[in-house]
Design a protein around this ligand. Structure first.
Ligand SMILES: *[C@@H]1O[C@H](CO)[C@@H](O)[C@H](O)[C@H]1NC(C)=O
Ligand SMILES: *[C@@H]1O[C@H](CO)[C@@H](O)[C@H](O)[C@H]1NC(C)=O
Length: 412
């Protein structure tokens, strides 16, 4: 009897913590772009990803070297199917072959959980490309169903925030009218297949195009007065949350208020051209440092409080071969040699500097940091992020203990 009570109580406590803990563990995602000719070998990238506390990685392709390097690491992967392959995927056999080669081959050792079909397709304004998007998503999903993988791998696409016609105030968020026709079947697909809606959101772009009107503190998550959405009465103290809630409003206006919204990209460049106001090392450090803290605090947006953030920071590395303005090549948290591009400004990381990290091998690739070296810069970042996440866990520990105590009283 005593034992059965004990087990009842213990299992109750376990199931309560099972409900609470997955929501509490800090879950940072990072985009691993590779438009560069000087990046470290994927094997050496594993410790870098771990050092920032990231548990999720998003690729723009399905690079076999990366997927192999991350086997049995527990890191979750979003793999990408590039825009250039969409037309081919109209053929169901080619779609199935793609899934076999690029996804099934790596499961279950590499934890691929999602495939993004194309990136920012709808805002290219290329009707041919747009027409191929939905059939490609359907065919890849059907291939997953055929291979028995659809329960573990979802299918989605990543949109630019420019699919919105109105993004301010957040309660007035709506999609570009000319896109509603092609977005609606995609939303229906998400609802049916349980896949998330992905949006790339950059407060940097808004600030860059309007630096005189927009408060820098508001876009960098620094203390500021914030704004009140007069229709919803919600108070916003940062632009990213306002952008995310504008997406929630746009989805709700089409009847899809329940779709989970994930932020597939957000970030801030540490360098830019002379006319790119705000692209500085200091601002990048504030934006990304504060962002990581917010991900760990997991307080949700005003419209979706207590909802777990799924945010993928852009990006892991500076990418020297990206076209466009200088900012495009300077979004990385890390330089190509594996040293941090800047301190993330989280307590404990300020000591991190370029020369405490790696030694360069003769091949030019950084040696993997030794896991037990206390002077290792990567580990200092890791420790600081973990410390932050632990303090959020600390905040939730009291209610958890209270629940456990109540369960205990109930059982005895
Ligand atoms: C696409 O079309 C929209 C609406 O017509 C326009 O506002 C936008 O600038 C265009 N984007 C590009 C990249 O051409
Ligand atoms: C590298 O380390 C030395 C001490 O070991 C320090 O004086 C120097 O400032 C560091 N350089 C950088 C770029 O942080």
């Amino acid at each position: 009897m005593e034992y059965s009570r004990f087990y009842y109580c213990a299992s109750l406590i376990l199931s309560i913590s099972g409900l609470v803990f997955p929501v509490m563990v800090g879950s940072i995602g990072i985009n691993y772009g590779q438009i560069a000719n000087n990046l470290p070998a994927p094997d050496n990238v594993v410790p870098l990803v771990k050092s920032i506390g990231a548990t999720k990685v998003k690729l723009y392709d399905a690079d076999p070297r990366v997927l192999k390097a991350f086997a049995n690491t527990g890191v979750e992967f979003i793999v990408g199917l590039g825009n250039e392959y969409l037309s081919k995927m109209r053929d169901p056999e080619k779609a199935q072959a793609w899934v076999k080669t690029n996804v099934q081959a790596y499961l279950p050792a590499t934890k691929i959980t999602c495939i993004t079909i194309g990136n920012e397709v709808l805002t290219f304004n290329d009707t041919g490309l747009t027409d191929n998007l939905f059939p490609a998503m359907q065919n890849i999903h059907t291939a997953l169903v055929n291979l028995g993988l659809d329960k573990q791998v979802s299918v989605t696409t990543a949109h630019s925030l420019a699919i919105l016609e109105v993004s301010y105030p957040p309660s007035a968020g709506s999609f570009r009218k000319d896109l509603v026709g092609c977005i609606t079947p995609i939303l229906n697909f998400h609802a049916k297949t349980n896949s998330p809606f992905l949006i790339n959101a950059y407060p940097f772009f808004a600030y860059k195009s309007n630096p005189k009107q927009i408060s820098l503190d508001f876009v960098l998550f620094q203390p500021n007065q914030g704004i009140v959405d007069s229709k919803s009465n919600f108070h916003y103290d940062n632009m990213l949350f306002a952008q995310i809630d504008a997406v929630h409003s746009a989805l709700a206006s089409l009847g899809y208020s329940k779709l989970p919204v994930h932020i597939s990209e957000t970030g801030w460049p540490s360098k830019g051209d002379a006319d790119e106001v705000g692209a500085t090392l200091e601002n990048a450090k504030k934006y990304n440092g504060n962002l990581l803290k917010i991900i760990c605090q997991r307080k949700g947006t005003p419209m979706r409080p207590n909802t777990d953030f799924n945010i993928y920071v852009f990006a892991l590395f500076n990418e020297n071969m990206k076209p466009g303005p200088a900012s495009e090549r300077n979004y990385g948290l890390f330089k190509p040699d594996g040293t941090p591009a800047y301190s993330l400004g989280i307590s404990g990381t300020d000591a991190v500097s370029a020369n405490t990290t790696t030694t360069t091998t003769t091949t030019g690739a950084p040696a993997p940091p030794s896991p037990d070296s206390s002077s290792n810069g990567y580990l200092s970042i890791s420790a600081a992020v973990k410390e932050r996440c632990c303090s959020c866990i600390g905040q939730l520990l009291f209610p958890l203990l209270l629940l456990s105590y109540l369960a205990f009283r109930l059982a005895f």
